[in-house]
Design a protein around this ligand. Structure first.
Ligand code: FPP
Length: 254
């Protein structure tokens, strides 16, 4: 029997880890003749709705690309507006997230952030570190290449100190030195706003992730839109290099 996508069994389970590039805030605002800042503010509302959905539907990890290493190239006013928005959002939301058992984590190079933002980030992580519900990972000043470089630096350091043998530098070792070391790999990647690119997001971690692109602009991406993406994920057959027959006949463990 042929076992291409049209004959594959839908996955019964929800994705454990959803990773999202939240694109389209600027265009959402421009379409309404508003300043781009209003698009980012509307984007925060969408973040709230999506976090709420994931927390209620037992998604284990939600990773949101809030600010890429390349976003510093934006006009200085937009960058500082985004920084203030991160600080005020964290301040406003952290108690509610904590009450909802959400564990908040940041990945990315925080050295470039202001002292105020860095301390809000650390406070938020400490306050929620023992929560056992959704893990909300905010990728801020994050880049996939940065993540790999910092992992290689740590590994090289350990090799030169004699703590690690070169022959033990394998995929698992690299994985353990990434900023996502203790998290499951993303099952579902979503990019809103119509572009079909990964844009230096979780480069290593996305190796087997199902990709979903939608033209919906991020501020319009609501719980129904997320359900559509999850529905699409559930129709896909994940083979991880095996044949469709092996997956259908359950002769292997994925
Ligand atoms: C991309 O849209 C969006 C961003 C660079 C910022 C995303 C940030 C938020 C939604 C705020 C989230 C806050 C927290 C604390 C998680 P764009 O500006 O590139 O849109 P465009 O492509 O239409 O110009």
């Amino acid at each position: 029997m042929s076992a291409d996508a049209s004959t594959s069994l839908p996955s019964e389970s929800n994705p454990r880890h959803i990773a999202i590039i939240m694109d389209g805030n600027g265009r959402w605002a421009q379409k309404r003749m508003m300043p781009r800042a209003m698009g980012h503010k509307a984007g925060v509302k969408a973040v709230r709705a999506i976090v709420d959905y994931c927390a209620r539907h037992n998604i284990e990890v939600l990773t949101l690309f809030a600010f890429s290493s390349e976003n510093w190239r934006r006009p200085v006013e937009e960058v500082s507006m985004l920084m203030s928005l991160f600080i005020s959002t964290l301040q406003k939301e952290i108690n509610k997230l904590d009450k909802n058992n959400v564990r908040v984590r940041f990945i990315g190079d925080r050295a470039a952030f202001s002292e105020q933002l860095r301390s809000k980030i650390t406070e938020g992580e400490i306050q929620t570190q023992n929560n056992t519900g959704l893990t909300l990972v905010v990728a801020a000043n994050y880049g996939g290449r940065w993540d790999l470089s910092q992992a290689f630096q740590k590994i090289a350091g350990k090799v030169s100190e004699g703590e690690l043998l070169i022959q033990n530098v394998d995929e698992q070792c690299i994985d353990q030195h990434l900023s996502t070391a203790d998290l499951p790999e993303p099952d579902l990647f979503i990019r809103t706003g119509g572009e079909q690119r990964v844009s230096n997001f979780l480069l290593w971690q996305l190796a087997y992730t199902e990709l979903y692109f939608t033209p919906t602009l991020w501020p319009d991406f609501n719980q129904n839109a997320l359900e559509e993406a999850i529905k699409s994920f559930k129709t896909r057959q994940r083979r991880f290099g095996h044949t469709g027959e092996q997956v259908l006949n359950k002769t292997i463990t994925l």
